[in-house]
Structure formats: C-alpha cells, structure tokens
Write a protein of this length. Structure first.
Length: 96
C-alpha cells in the first residue's frame, strides 16, 4: 500500500530514529499532538516538536539533539517537498 508523504515522514522519524512518542508530564505524547489544525508548519517547528514529544527539550544537554533535529528537518523538506507545508498535509493517511 502506498503511503502519503506524512506517513513516509513519520516512518523516517519513528522507525529510523525511534522517535515514536513518549510520556511527558505523565501523559502519552506524540509529535502529532503539537500540529495545529490550520496554518503552516515549518520543518524546524516539526523537528522541535518531535524532540518535545520525547521529552527532550532544548535544555536537555544531549549531544545528539541538534544533529537529529537537522536530520529530521532535512527529511521533512525532502519528503514533504518544502521547508513549510500546510498543517493539513501533516495527517495520517487514515485521517485524510
């Protein structure tokens, strides 16, 4: 079955990097919880949300954080076709 671009991006984020979501403040969290319903989302925003969903904030002081953010941003641009896309394009295939 063919994936939409967001499914492909999430496959990259979750399967390749293992960022499938975490528990933040006792609540299950996933990058999709940060994506607003309307407007645009930039690759840099998305990569930051991936980190936050894993409870890896800017003050986490983890050496890999910046590199992983850059890798996710590059994948976002390559897969989604732009550095900024409408939020409505960042939906699971089942939600489209």
């Amino acid at each position: 079955m063919l994936q939409n671009r967001f499914d492909e991006l999430m496959d990259f984020v979750c399967v390749r990097y293992g960022y499938c979501g975490g528990v933040v403040d006792g609540k299950p969290m996933q990058v999709t919880h940060f994506i607003h319903e309307y407007g645009n989302v930039a690759a840099s925003e998305f990569s930051e949300w991936v980190m936050l969903a894993e409870d890896i904030g800017p003050d986490s002081n983890l050496d890999f954080r910046d590199q992983h953010k850059k890798d996710i941003e590059a994948a976002f641009i390559k897969i989604m076709g732009s550095a900024v896309v409408p939020a409505k394009e960042l939906r699971w295939d089942a939600e489209v």
